[in-house]
Design a protein around this ligand. Structure first.
Ligand code: PBG
Length: 335
């Protein structure tokens, strides 16, 4: 009955079982996952030969700059074209001064990576939360009643951070703060300093998500008070994501990102369909750690489930996937 409904419009079609060979299946596969779409996030802190495991993210470490080079080399040799850097400064303050210091941890690491691995795509995350004593992504005004995030004063600092990354040699700056108007502010500052050719990948549709939990351990960026709901998006909203993306494109974003990935594949698809822009999805820390935890218990097949979920992100329309599993995937996809 069901077949009649589906095939009725093709009167000569007879459903039948065809010989299915590996080569034939490969010939007609619609979506492919390969290492060249992947970006590996790395956490960098001062020191040397340092690999500090992040307990909530098995296999992920905070690395000193020399270890970042080692990790990036392995990833690059396995076919992963780029990394995105998150810095953990030695000191935090209320102005996030570590975020734009000429010799800040990210700036130093970018210079080192560019010297050692000139072909590697080095992306830098532009945000203030790791550098602020309070752990928020913008400047906070401590009023009498409750603390408030100050959008516009945050823009000046974010622009300064982006310029300092470009000066160090960053290939692509990626603002993740979600302040309004940051893409325009960053574009203007980069252009003004002679970095017209440095592109921006904006975390355009970034949801306020419980899936970021383990990252905040890794980046030591847990907010000391309140949450990020005043600047990150509500999980129930789709149209708002379209407005955020449209805004970032209008302000000059070159690549747009949806984050988290797996729980927001409908957003990835809608963004891709509507804007036809280079689109990235961030498979965030919670997604990674859930798979790790279940695999450690033997409840799921880590390799199969990691490949399947990343393939789903590609199927949803992601051109680029930022993922902590990039190196594993690169090895598995080759084998
Ligand atoms: C900083 C930032 C966050 C992530 C990337 N950039 C955390 C947050 O917004 O709290 C999360 C990435 C992840 O969970 O893997 N604003």
């Amino acid at each position: 009955m069901q077949n009649d409904a589906v095939y009725g419009q093709y009167p000569n079609f007879r459903p039948r079982r065809l010989r299915s060979t590996r080569a034939l299946r490969a010939l007609i596969v619609e979506t492919e996952l390969s290492a060249r779409h992947l970006i590996l996030p790395l956490f960098v802190r001062a020191g040397s030969k340092l690999r500090e495991p992040v307990l909530s993210m098995p296999g992920v470490c905070q690395l000193s700059p020399d270890e970042v080079v080692r990790e990036a080399t392995l990833a690059y040799e396995a076919g992963v074209p780029g990394v995105i850097l998150f810095g953990i400064p030695e000191r935090k303050d209320a102005k996030a001064s570590g975020a734009y210091a000429r010799n800040g941890i990210v700036q130093r690491t970018v210079r080192l990576l560019k010297a050692e691995l000139p072909e590697l795509l080095v992306i830098t995350d532009v945000c203030l939360c790791e550098y602020m004593s309070h752990g928020h992504c913008g400047v906070v005004e401590h009023g009498a009643a409750s603390p408030r995030i100050l959008n516009d004063p945050s823009l000046k600092i974010l622009a300064r951070v982006a310029v300092s990354h470009a000066e160090a040699g960053s290939d692509l700056v990626a603002p993740s703060d979600m302040m309004d108007g940051r893409v325009r502010a960053i574009r203007g500052a980069l252009d003004g300093q002679g970095f017209e050719d440095v592109p921006i990948m904006s975390y355009a549709a970034k949801y306020a998500s419980a899936f970021y939990g383990p990252f905040r351990d890794a980046a030591e960026s847990v907010p000391k008070f309140g949450d990020r709901r005043s600047y990150q998006m509500d999980a129930g909203n789709t149209n708002e994501a379209m407005r955020e993306v449209a805004q970032d494109i209008a302000e000059g974003a070159d690549i747009i990102m949806v984050k988290p990935a797996l729980a927001y594949l409908d957003i990835v698809r809608r963004v891709k369909d509507q804007f036809q822009y280079p689109t990235a999805a961030y498979a965030v820390s919670g997604e990674y750690s859930m798979i790790k935890a279940a695999s450690e218990r033997g409840w799921v097949d880590e390799r199969a489930i990691t490949i399947e979920s990343h393939l789903a992100m590609r199927r949803a329309g992601a051109d680029i996937i930022l993922t902590y599993a990039a190196r594993d995937l690169a090895a598995w996809l080759k084998g």
